[in-house]
Ligand binder design. Structure first.
Ligand code: ATP
Ligand code: MG
Length: 247
């Protein structure tokens, strides 16, 4: 079944919406609209009665709630109705927090190499916390902001890729339609999460003919007919809106 994202101009690019219970990656440089895309997707579901969870790893949820409350997405109301939830899974301010958290990991995850100096939350910790929320609140739509914040949990690159791939495989079993947000540094260097996700969308923000231009590109969408060309993106009072092809 296709589920609408609620992002104006986007659903028609992907045959009406995202396939239910699949994992999508939305990647872009700073300020390209990743958070807006994610919150819009959750708010639309929440208005339809589907509970949404926004997991933050870098930013405090309060900042995101404040920023997104400027849009006509009814964020404060949906939060009050418990249809839209925010969970802060970033490193806590207190030192030693991650050490305590490591104690609750079950044996099927190895813990020795999962954190760089206790700063980055490991995929194992993030997954366990999310799984708890999904079970408790019957979450249908999930956004993780961002996977870039959890990928540097080991200095060993092959181990890192294995961890990310395991994280995504576990997420696929949760039964949520999930959007992973990621910071895009080089659009030409491919990452594990791009291969492991069912769909990949790039948000661009670049200098074009002397003006900064925003654009969206559907890079891949398994099981879906789409093109890969760039479309313009505008921010409106409702959030992101996808418009025509870029000339
Ligand atoms: N009310 C608004 N109207 C138009 N544009 C806005 C409005 N509010 C924010 N923006 C634009 O949206 C951008 C932020 O979007 P968003 O937070 O979704 O990006 P992001 O990709 O998540 O950024 P980051 O990488 O910092 O997390 C701002 O930099 C600004 O250009
Ligand atoms: Mg953001």
């Amino acid at each position: 079944m296709r589920i609408p994202t609620g992002i104006e101009g986007f659903d028609e690019l992907v045959q009406g919406g995202l396939l239910e219970e699949r994992i999508y990656l939305v990647s872009g440089p700073p300020g390209s609209g990743k958070t807006t895309f994610g919150v819009q997707f959750l708010a639309h579901g929440a208005a339809l009665g589907e509970v949404g969870l926004y997991v933050t790893l870098l930013e405090s949820p309060q900042n995101i709630i404040d920023d997104m409350s400027n849009y006509a997405m009814n964020v404060p109301t949906l939060i009050k109705m418990k249809k839209l939830l925010f969970a802060d899974l970033g490193p806590r301010m207190e030192y030693g927090y991650m050490d305590e958290l490591h104690e609750v990991i079950t044996p099927d995850y190895e813990v020795g190499h999962t954190s760089v100096e206790g700063e980055a939350p490991s995929p194992a910790v993030v997954f366990k916390e999310i799984a708890g929320y999904v079970a408790e609140y019957n979450i249908k739509r999930l956004v993780i902001d961002s996977v870039s914040a959890i990928r540097f949990t080991t200095k060993d690159l092959s181990l890192e890729e294995k961890e990310m791939s395991r994280f995504i495989r576990n997420l696929k079993r949760l039964g949520c339609t999930t959007i992973l947000l990621s910071e895009m540094t080089d659009p030409n260097s491919y990452t594990t999460e791009q291969f492991a996700s069912h769909g990949v969308v790039f948000l661009h923000n670049f200098l074009y003919d002397k003006t900064m231009t925003r654009a969206l590109q559907v890079i891949k969408m398994r099981g879906t007919k789409h093109d890969c060309n760039m479309r313009g993106v505008h921010f409106t009072e409702k959030g992101i809106k996808v418009v025509d092809y870029l000339d």
